[in-house]
Design a binder for this molecule. Sequence first.
Ligand SMILES: C[S@@+](CC[C@H](N)C(=O)[O-])C[C@H]1O[C@@H](n2cnc3c(N)ncnc32)[C@H](O)[C@@H]1O
Length: 236
Amino acid sequence: MHRALLAEVDALRARHHGRAPRVLDVGGGSGAWAVPLARLGCAVTVVDNSPNALAALHRRAREAGVDGLVDAVQGDVDALADVAPVGGADLVLGHGLLEVVDDAGAAVDALARAAAPGSAVSVLVAGRYAAVLARTLSGRLAEARALLTDPHGRFGPDDALRRRLDATGLRALLEGGGLRVELLQGDGVLDAWVPGSVRDGGPAAARSVAELEALAAAAAPLREVAARLHALARLP
Ligand SMILES: C[S@@+](CC[C@H](N)C(=O)[O-])C[C@H]1O[C@@H](n2cnc3c(N)ncnc32)[C@H](O)[C@@H]1O
């Protein structure tokens, strides 16, 4: 996933002859993606409806020395055009957003409208089947069953998420917003299954896990059981 975003930023730099790529990070929270992208030289606007998240973003950007490249705007994806110009972004992020908003279709429409023609929209969303497996393994079978059968992939009324998606559902959602899906991969496919004894095995073990994870992310059957699904889709 990092590799895909890096490649996109590199391509933008080449296309715009070195001008800082304009990134719009909707639901960007405290800057887990915005700050690293600013460190790569992107001009990032974060739109988030939480003042607390934006305060944390300010701190993080300052500490990283990139506060001049990060603009924090309080706003809602439902009214994105009020705070972000239509067609104004070279790259739009909606990570961890589609599973928490009321209307995921309207959110995708808003992300697509904010993208300049030919630009990419990157979304990261909670995967349905990883949640089924996790509940099954911990013996919470009623919740596993609900996650599998509920139309929105929720385990019940106490679920903090409004939906979880599978690859087919995510593709349909993005295409419904007029976007062309270029990449659909898993994020966190095998991480959860690696035993602690292996994970704690130092840099070589970490490298092996990362390499395995990168291969698994692109394997369609494994992608379906990833904790999160990542898609890069483009506005024609
Ligand atoms: C799970 S966090 C993801 C943060 C970040 N994108 C990341 O990947 O680490 C979801 C973020 O979306 C924001 N959010 C939720 N609903 C929103 C909405 N309707 N409009 C804008 N932001 C929203 C929340 O405040 C929160 O910061």
